[in-house]
Design a protein around this ligand. Structure first.
Ligand SMILES: [Zn+2]
Length: 144
């Protein structure tokens, strides 16, 4: 079903494993196969040792809100109906330089506008939940 959501290409070889992990309920991070450096977003080469060896490691799925925005019109039609909503950046607990973008919600399948953006606090703890839209499972975030 086409809903008009802006969704990632889950078959992109650079990110396919991340989306497959999300589909299993795992928040994965790309890891250098040579020096173990974590990186996000996924890239073909390690910025530390220049290796192209890659593996994926599960994370705790816990973090803190590093920043957020409230997108304003003009928005794509599917998103305009839900404005105002939030988009947050989460710093991962294990390594805060690893950051994920998503929405703060109250439950995995709740709408992205169910949190009043004025209540969002930088630094508040969150944990990942997963929500499936069409053929994509998206990481989202709930307050701890
Ligand atoms: Zn490396």
């Amino acid at each position: 079903m086409e809903t008009g959501w802006l969704l990632p290409d889950v078959d992109d070889p650079e990110t396919a494993e991340f989306w497959a992990g999300a589909g299993r309920g795992e928040l994965l991070v790309q890891t250098c196969g040579a020096c173990d450096t974590w990186r996000m977003p996924p890239r073909p080469m390690c910025s530390v040792c220049r290796s192209t060896e890659v593996r994926w490691e599960p994370t705790s799925g816990r973090g803190t809100i590093w920043s957020y925005v409230v997108p304003h019109p003009p928005l794509l039609p599917a998103f305009a109906e839900l404005a105002p909503y939030n988009a947050i950046i989460v710093a991962l607990e294990e390594q805060p330089t690893i950051r994920f973008v998503g929405n703060l919600v109250t439950s995995a399948d709740g709408p992205i506008n169910e949190i009043d953006p004025s209540t969002i606090v930088i630094g508040e703890p969150v944990t990942v939940v997963f929500h499936t839209v069409e053929d994509v499972t998206l990481p989202r975030w709930v307050r701890v």
